[in-house]
Write a protein that binds this ligand. Structure first.
Ligand code: EPU
Length: 420
C-alpha cells in the first residue's frame, strides 16, 4: 500500500494549473448514457474515481477510448446491460449517478446499494424518491436498487427536503428525456451541477434555472453527440491555496474558476492571506502569522464541507482559538484524531470542533488517511509539521487529487511516495 512521506517546514512558491473537476466529471460521464452516439470530453482529471466511473460504464458495454491527454470518447449506443455491480459501486458511491440516465434512456436499471461510508451514513433515499416521482417502480432487493419505467418517465414536480448534489444531478438526468416538464425545487446550486446542465444543454436538453434553487426541465425525445470541456476543480484549487496559507510563500493557480470560490477565498483572506484575481488565475501571498477562522459548512454558495478538514489543519497552526462546525455529514471528523496525534489541540463536541491553534504546534507522527479530504488535511499538516510525517492508506487521496506530490513538490515541498 502506498504511503506519503512528507518532510515539513518548506515554504511553497510557484504556479500550478488546476485539474478538471472530479465532481463534475463523474455526473458528466454518467450523462453519456443518455445520448445516441459519442460524447467527447476534455479536461478529464486522471483520478481513481474517474477510472471507477469509466469501469462502471465499460462493464455495461460502453465503448470508451482515452488518449494520453485524458481526452475521452464514450459511446453508449450498444450497451449490453444496465447493471452497476456491487464490486464497483462499493468503491465509489457516486456510481449511483447512473441510475437516472439508465432509467430515462432504457426504462430499467439495477444499481448496487452503496454501503456505509467513512464520512457518514449517506443514504440514497432522495435519489430513489425522485425516480418514483418521475413514475419509476423502484424496489431494493438483494443489495440492489431495481428500477423500471416500462412506459417511460413522466415530468413532475420534485421538492428536495434536504439539498443533495448528486440527488439533484440524478433527477436532472432522469428528467431530460421524460415526457413533459419537470420542476426541481430546493435544487443543489453547486457549480458542478451547473457544469452538468451546460453539458446536457449542449447535447440538446432544455434545462433552465442553472445556478438557482429551482430548475425546470422540458423533456426532449433524444440528445445528440457533443464535445464538452470539464470545469476546473475548485476543491483542488482551494486545497493548494490553503497549503500555501499554512506554509507561507506565494502561489498562482491558473485555469481556475475564481468566482466559484468566494466563500473559501474570504476565509483565507480572514486568515491573513493576500489574494488577487486575474481572469481565471488566483494569486495568493502569505507571510506573517495565521489568524484563526471560524467555519460552518453548508451547501453552495456557502463554505464547502469538502474544505472543512483542510481548514481544521490550518486552524491548528493559527494564532488562537477557532470553531469549525460540520452541518452536512455527521461523521466527517475522522482526521481530527490523526491531527491530535500530530500535536493539534482539538476537542470535538457533537458537530463542532474547537481548535486552540498555535504556530509550530504540529510535529511528525505516523498517521492514517480515512477519506479523501481527511487525507488532504493530513498532507497539509505534514507540510508544516516538524520532522517527517508518514501518511498511510494514501489511496484515498488518489481518488480526488491528481499527482498531489508532484504538484506540491513543484512548489518546493519535499514529499516522497513509497510503495509497500
Ligand atoms: N442525503 C440523504 N439522502 C440522500 C442523499 C443525501 O439524506 O438520498 C444527505 C447526506 O447524507 C448528506 C446531505 O444529504 O447529509 C448532502 O449530501 P449530498 O447528497 O449533497 O452529497 P453527495 O451528492 O453524495 C456530493 C459530493 C461530495 C460532497 C457533497 C456535499 C460528488 C460525487 N460528491 O456528494 O464530495 O461532499 O456532495 O457537497 O459530487 C468529495 O469530493 O470528497 C465528496 C465527498
Amino acid at each position: 500500500m502506498d504511503k506519503l512521506i512528507i518532510e515539513g517546514g518548506h515554504q511553497l512558491s510557484g504556479s500550478l494549473k488546476a485539474s478538471g473537476a472530479k465532481n463534475s466529471a463523474l455526473p458528466v460521464l454518467a450523462s453519456s448514457l443518455l445520448l445516441e452516439g459519442k460524447l467527447t470530453l476534455s479536461n478529464i482529471p486522471h483520478l481513481k474515481d474517474v477510472t471507477t466511473m469509466i469501469e462502471v460504464l465499460g462493464s455495461m458495454g460502453a465503448n470508451i477510448t482515452l488518449d494520453e491527454e485524458m481526452n475521452l470518447e464514450i459511446d453508449t449506443s450498444n450497451l449490453t446491460n444496465q447493471i452497476a455491480r456491487y464490486e464497483l459501486v462499493k468503491t465509489m458511491r457516486a456510481s449511483v449517478l447512473v441510475l437516472g440516465p439508465l432509467l430515462a434512456k432504457f426504462g430499467k436499471a439495477e444499481v448496487a446499494l452503496p454501503g456505509g461510508c467513512a464520512i457518514g451514513s449517506r443514504p440514497v433515499n432522495l435519489h430513489l424518491d425522485c425516480m418514483k416521482k418521475l413514475g419509476a417502480e423502484v424496489v431494493t432487493e438483494g443489495g440492489y436498487i431495481k428500477a423500471k419505467a416500462d412506459k417511460g418517465l413522466k415530468g413532475t414536480e420534485i421538492l428536495f427536503d434536504t439539498i443533495s448534489v448528486t440527488g439533484t444531478e440524478n433527477a436532472i438526468m432522469a428528467a431530460v428525456l421524460a415526457e413533459g416538464t419537470t420542476i426541481i425545487k430546493n435544487a443543489a446550486r453547486e457549480p458542478e451541477v451547473n457544469d452538468l446542465i451546460n453539458c446536457l444543454n449542449e447535447m440538446g436538453a432544455q434545462i433552465d434555472g442553472e445556478g438557482s434553487k429551482e430548475i425546470t426541465i422540458q423533456g426532449v425525445k433524444e440528445l445528440k453527440p457533443t464535445s464538452y470541456e470539464i470545469m476546473p476543480d475548485r476543491i483542488e484549487t482551494a486545497t493548494y491555496l490553503t497549503a500555501v496559507t499554512m506554509t507561507g510563500g506565494d502561489i498562482s493557480i491558473k485555469n481556475s474558476m475564481p468566482k466559484t470560490l468566494d466563500s473559501v477565498l474570504d476565509k483565507l483572506k480572514a486568515a491573513g492571506a493576500k489574494i488577487k484575481i486575474e481572469k481565471d488565475s488566483i494569486h495568493l501571498k502569505m507571510d506573517g502569522s495565521i489568524k484563526p477562522v471560524d467555519i460552518s459548512t453548508a451547501p453552495y454558495p456557502l463554505f464547502p464541507t469538502d474544505m472543512q478538514a483542510q481548514f481544521i489543519s490550518l486552524n491548528t497552526v493559527a494564532d488562537g482559538r477557532s470553531s469549525v462546525v460540520e452541518t452536512i455529514f455527521e461523521n466527517r471528523f475522522m482526521h481530527v484524531q490523526e491531527l491530535i496525534r500530530m500535536g493539534g489541540n482539538i476537542s470535538l463536541s457533537g458537530n463542532t470542533a474547537i481548535i486552540k491553534g498555535k504556530k509550530g504546534s504540529l510535529h511528525s507522527a505516523p498517521v492514517m488517511a480515512t477519506d479523501l479530504r481527511a487525507s488532504a488535511s493530513l498532507v497539509l499538516a505534514g507540510l508544516v509539521a516538524r520532522g517527517e510525517t508518514k501518511i498511510d492508506r494514501i489511496y484515498h487521496i488518489d481518488r480526488g487529487y491528481e499527482r498531489i506530490e508532484e504538484k506540491l513538490n513543484s512548489l518546493g515541498a519535499n514529499i516522497e511516495r513509497v510503495t509497500g
